[in-house]
Design a protein around this ligand. Structure first.
Ligand code: ZN
Length: 130
C-alpha cells in the first residue's frame, strides 16, 4: 500500500536525515563547535553560526509540545482521523519534530519515536504515546 500525500523535497542539507530515516533512525544536526542541536537540518548552527555540523541519532523519550487531530479527507485514499504532533526531545534541547502520533495525545505526555512509511516511499518520523 502506498501512503497518500506529498513526498518531502530532499535537499543537500536534508539528504542525510532521509537516508537515516530509511534505515529506521532519526538523526539531527549537532554543532561541533558549541554542541547545539538543530532541526530541521540547515548545515549551519542556529546558536553560533558555525558550519561544521555532525549527525547524531536522537534518544528518547519525546514530549508532546502540541498536536492536532485531522478529520478532513484531503486526499481520496487518506485515512482519517489521524493525529499530527509537535514533539520536543529533551535530550536534544531546541529540537522539535513533527510527525504522526499514535495513541492518546496528551500535551506534555511522553512518546516513543521511530519512523513509519510516508508519501513517496519515504520513511518519516512518527510517535507512539507511552
Ligand atoms: Zn554552534
Amino acid at each position: 500500500m502506498t501512503v497518500p500525500g506529498i513526498p518531502p523535497a530532499v535537499t543537500e542539507e536534508t539528504a542525510p536525515f532521509w537516508d537515516a530515516a530509511r534505515e529506521g533512525r532519526v538523526v539531527v544536526e549537532r554543532c561541533t563547535a558549541c554542541g547545539a542541536h538543530g532541526f530541521p537540518p540547515r548545515g549551519i548552527c542556529r546558536s553560533c553560526r558555525g558550519r561544521e555540523m555532525e549527525w547524531v541519532e536522537v534518544t528518547g523519550p519525546g514530549v508532546v509540545y502540541s498536536y492536532t487531530v485531522n478529520h478532513q479527507r484531503w486526499l481520496p485514499d487518506l485515512e482519517v482521523p489521524y493525529t499530527v504532533a509537535l514533539v520536543d526531545l529533551p535530550a536534544h534541547p531546541g529540537v522539535r519534530i513533527a510527525g504522526r502520533l499514535h495513541g492518546e495525545p496528551v500535551i506534555g505526555g511522553e512518546v516513543d519515536f521511530g519512523v513509519e512509511e510516508g508519501p513517496g516511499g519515504f520513511a518519516v518520523p512518527s510517535f507512539r504515546a507511552r
